[in-house]
Structures are given as structure tokens and as C-alpha cells.
Ligand binder design. Sequence first.
Ligand code: G3P
Ligand code: CA
Length: 304
Amino acid sequence: MQIRPLAAAVGTLLGFSALSLPTTAAHAATDPHRPVVVAHRGASAYAPENTLAAVDKADDLGITWVENDVQRTKDGELVIIHDTNLKRTTNVEEIFPDRAPWKVADFTLKEIKRLDAGSWFSPAYAGTRVPTLEKYLERVSHHHQKLLMEIKAPELYPGIEKQTLRELRREGWLDRDHVEHKLVIQSFSADSVKAVHKLRPDVKTGFLGTPAVAELPQYAKFTDQINPSFRTVTPEYVAAVHSLPGAHGRPLEVYTWTVDDGPTAARLKGYGVDGIISNKPDVVRDATAEDTSYSLPLAGVLAP
Ligand code: G3P
Ligand code: CA
């Protein structure tokens, strides 16, 4: 349903100018088109990415949804880190100088726990650790937040989908409340998303990328979201995605990434995206809070 054009049409019929209506906090609070804001790798512009500190920072900012990246250690433990090697976001080269190329998969959890995952970002975060998925889930739960979880580079970690789901279940994240309201599992790998959907068809999933419009029906069989880079998003693409029912029968959604400035966020909101993933979720939240439902062009409403 196109509520925004409808609102504009109502304004026209009642004889007031669309642009003259005030924008109030009350409007913003009820704006049906405000996209969900997701803190990318936590609030990663303000705290070291994929750490508990980044989750805490998102909570401090009042952000409910956080995104993270799950990978596996040498001894089979699930940890939260983006790159497939430890160099950029830890001091691994200093602590283990002879272990190049410092892949996540070549280190045990005990070794990874020795690493400082905060100093690279700021001395204020010295001593911050790479979290396990278990500790990460506990922290997200503690804040009553919700999780957009990415299975990162699943081709490196056979069976990681099953293992991740097992961990989620153990931590209480596969009960009805979480599955319906608090969890989405996404990946750049269609095979990984398919695997999650097959193992737990009730879990909401997302595919990271911009499949051709002609291919969207294939994706809709196993995913609920198409999550493209914002640089690839057009209003037409969003409409094409929305026109299809996803894996759970509701319209496919679009969560786009990674948007850190207000004007771009507002433009994407205008395109009708359902979610915006951001390192600066407060900026996106503020830029998209304004209720634009009365100020959009009438084109489309008055068209025959
Ligand atoms: O959630 C979207 C985003 O995380 C995808 O890119 O490279 O940051 O994992 P990346
Ligand atoms: Ca990610």
C-alpha cells in the first residue's frame, strides 16, 4: 500500500498544501515509512567494530538493531569479527609475529582472547576483546536489542550455519519471540542463506547483494530480505523487490548498507527502503525521523 501518495492526495482533496503541513514529533513517531536503523558492526563509528563496546554504544544511542559478522576459530568456536584475518582490528602482528597471514581460522579462541581489539580504534578502548558469539548474544539480550547477524565468508567454515543455529538455540534466540521479532540471519552467500532457511525455515533471512530483477523470484524462495549496497539502490529496484512475497509470504524487504550521512539516508527513505544499516545509526535515525508523508510529490497519485 502506498500510504505516502495517499496522504498527499488527501491533502489535495481537503485543499491544503502538502508542503505547508508542519512536521512534528508526533508525525515522526507514527511515520509508517521510517526505515529500521541498524548499527553496522555495532555503532562502529564510535566504538571498535564488532565488540561488546560497539553494542553498548548502540544501546547508549537508543538503537535497537545491531549487525555483526560471525566466523569460526581454529578450535571451532564462533567469534564476532569482520575480516577473515585478525590484522586490521587487533594487535595480532605484535602478539604473534610469526603467524602470518593471521587468519581467524588459524587461531584458537584462547589465542584470540589474548588480542587487543580496541587500541587500533582508540586508546580509550585498549583491552577490548574479540567477543564470542555466546557473549555477544548475552550482551544484545541484556540491552533488549535485536540482531541482524551476518555469516561471514561461510565458504571458509563448512557447517557454520548449523553450528550458528545451534548456538542461537542454546542462548534462547530461536524461541518464537526472537524468531518473529528479534533476529535476521544474512550472508553474501546465497548457499549459506539457503542452508539457514532449510535448517530453520522459521528464521527470517537476508541476502546481501543486488540480484538482477529477473532473478529476484528465485531469491524470494529462501529469503525475506534483499540487502544491497546503497550505491546500487534505485526506487525502481526497491519497488521490484517489494512486489514479491518473500520466504514467509510477506513482501520482500530491502535493508541497505552502509549509509553514514543524513541526506543519503533521507533519499533512501524516500525510495521506500525498509532498513538502513549504518556506522552512525544516530545520524541516520535523526535524518529519517522526519515525517515526509505529507510532502512527497503528487506524481503517481494523480496519474491515470
Ligand atoms: O550488513 C551489511 C554489511 O555488513 C555488509 O558488508 O562488508 O560490512 O560485512 P560488510
Ligand atoms: Ca557485515
